[in-house]
Design a binder for this molecule. Structure first.
Ligand code: ADP
Ligand code: XUL
Length: 512
């Protein structure tokens, strides 16, 4: 059988990535990869880290036209790359979750901006939806999550309340994933359960809209929502204008999903008991679940997974951008950041930081509020270690509800290239940490999902174990092992960190 080529795309907060893979006799290899950053590739939109400026720090929006322009640029670059695309069989993609795009009946934007996952301006709407549906526990049980400010339902409700005319003019509301998939097929793409579960609108068990939640969110919402189809669905073929651009056949387009659910495939979490940490714009920790287990503590939640299973996840807003804030405050580059990490001991002599540079999702911190314990802001190496240790301890503490004690953590996201940061992760979790050949697991997951969906549609299905074997399985190269003494230090410090965190949230702990 001739080799097949598959394209994966990932439209994240800060940029668009692409990876092309070739599959020959069941073996997969990377053919081509490319990344572009929105701020630099599309400067006319004036974003900073992919986000438009706002006077209200709770409001975080971006421009859907910028995402489409970046897609256009990416496909032009691929078309001009010289790579032979005559055997391109399928394309899939992933995108930042929760963000919503509002279209009128001519498929033009009825709202010029899209609220994105960093937005935390909908506390009122979360409370209204929660009350209408019988409380947080009911909502979490039914949809996998209590109401979160960034989730699409509360965002839609806010828009319908504040801009009723523009909402009235809206006939379709897409997620970022289905909006970009629509561009590829020149049509109206459906959603799939992985991304639709980040809306506070989908019934996790039936994998369809929950009518009560739809009714409680906004008037006339049902007709504005796309259909939800299984994740492996072929949603159309690549539109002729793109075929001409890429000199390729009418490749299948497989439903796009959210970046975290795509990363489940790209980090090879196709069995229970494996855990991945993504250090991207957000820091996330997730694992596959055959049956949904909802976190009654409210720190974590459950999404659909592309395998047809579920995934538990906990999300932190102050991820890479918080590390960058500390790096930049001392005029460092990443090498200097690493030197500072290596020059300080595990446990940092008890110096702690709670890196809430922006309102935090986990734990819920409504205002930006960086807290330090025994840590002088002028102490450069102490602050560098404190931000990373604080993030890793929070990842470990707030993921206990998943009940998974993995011996190897699969690391992905932009910061997973940094072995000094991963060493702190290994020590805090007392587990090995594995890097992957393809650093962007969401993008790789999209290419692998394209392969899986295409094979299924062609009547020659491949198992997830086979799909993930070559590119999404940790090898012995790129492993970081925990230090025994360091792990002992963190076992104690994690308790102190958790206690201080609770005191800060109650307002009973003073900064030093
Ligand atoms: P996204 O969530 O937008 O997909 P990425 O996974 O691409 O984000 O991660 C981007 C982030 O990776 C940047 O904001 C940067 O802080 C971080 N990063 C890149 N290189 C390094 C490095 N060497 N050390 C630590 N962090 C890094
Ligand atoms: C997930 C979340 C973030 C975004 C980042 O719930 O809010 O991880 O998906 O792109």
């Amino acid at each position: 059988m001739a080799p097949n080529v598959y394209l994966g795309l990932d439209s994240s907060t800060q940029g668009l990535a692409a990876v092309l893979i070739r599959v020959d006799a069941g073996r997969a290899e990377v053919l081509w990869q490319h990344d572009l950053e929105f701020d630099r590739a599309c400067p006319e939109f004036g974003t900073i880290h992919g986000v438009l400026a706002s006077t209200d720090r709770h409001v975080k929006v971006s421009n859907p036209r910028m995402w489409v322009q970046a897609l256009d640029q990416m496909l032009t670059t691929l078309g001009q790359s010289g790579v032979d695309l005559s055997s391109l069989r399928a394309i899939s993609g992933s995108a930042q979750q929760h963000g919503s795009v509002y279209l009128d009946d001519r498929s033009e934007l009825s709202r010029p901006v899209a609220p994105i996952w960093m937005d935390s301006s909908t506390s009122e709407e979360c409370a209204e939806i929660t009350q209408a549906l019988g409380g947080s526990a009911v909502l979490a049980q039914r949809t996998g999550s209590r109401a979160f400010e960034r989730f699409t339902g509360p965002q839609i409700r806010k828009f319908s309340k504040l801009e009723p005319a523009a909402y009235g003019n809206t006939s379709r509301i897409h997620l970022v994933s289905s909006y970009l998939a629509s561009q590829l097929i020149d049509g109206d793409a459906p959603l799939e359960p992985g991304d639709a579960s980040g809306m506070n609108l989908m019934d996790l068990k039936t994998r369809d809209w929950w009518p009560a939640a739809v009714a409680a969110t906004a008037p006339g919402l049902a007709s504005r929502l796309p259909r939800i189809v299984p994740s492996h669905s072929v949603i159309g073929t690549l539109a002729p204008r793109w075929q001409a651009r890429l000199s390729c056949p009418p490749a299948r387009v497989i439903a796009w999903t959210g970046d975290n659910s795509s990363s489940v495939i790209g980090t090879g979490l196709v069995e229970e008991g494996r855990v991945a940490v993504s250090l991207g714009t957000s820091d996330t920790i997730f694992s596959l679940m055959h049956e949904p287990r909802v976190d009654t503590g409210g720190a974590g939640y459950v999404f659909g997974a592309p395998t047809g299973d579920y995934m538990g996840i906990t999300v932190f807003k102050n991820g890479s951008l918080a590390r960058e804030r500390v790096r930049d405050a001392y005029g460092l580059d990443w090498d200097g950041f690493s030197v500072a990490l290596r020059s300080t001991p595990p446990g940092n002599h008890g110096r702690l930081m709670f890196p809430w540079f922006e309102p935090e999702i986990t734990p819920h911190v409504p205002g930006a509020d960086v807290r330090r314990v025994d840590l002088d802001p002028g102490d450069m190496p102490g602050n560098v270690r404190a931000v990373v240790e604080g993030q890793m301890m929070a990842l470990a503490n707030y993921s206990q509800w998943m009940g998974v004690h993995a011996q190897v953590i699969h690391a992905t996201g932009g910061a997973a290239i940094n072995r000094d940061i991963l060493q702190v992760m290994a020590d805090v979790f007392d587990a090995e940490v594995a890097q992957f050949e393809v650093g962007n697991a969401a993008c790789l997951g999209a290419a692998l999902r394209a392969w899986h969906g295409d094979a299924l549609a062609a009547g020659t299905p491949v198992s997830w174990a086979d799909v993930t074997r070559d590119l999404a399985t940790p090898t012995s190269v790129g492993r970081i092992t925990p230090g025994r003494e360091a792990a002992r230090v963190y076992a104690q410090l994690r308790r102190r960190y958790a206690e201080a965190s609770v005191q800060f949230l109650r307002g009973t702990h003073d900064d030093d």
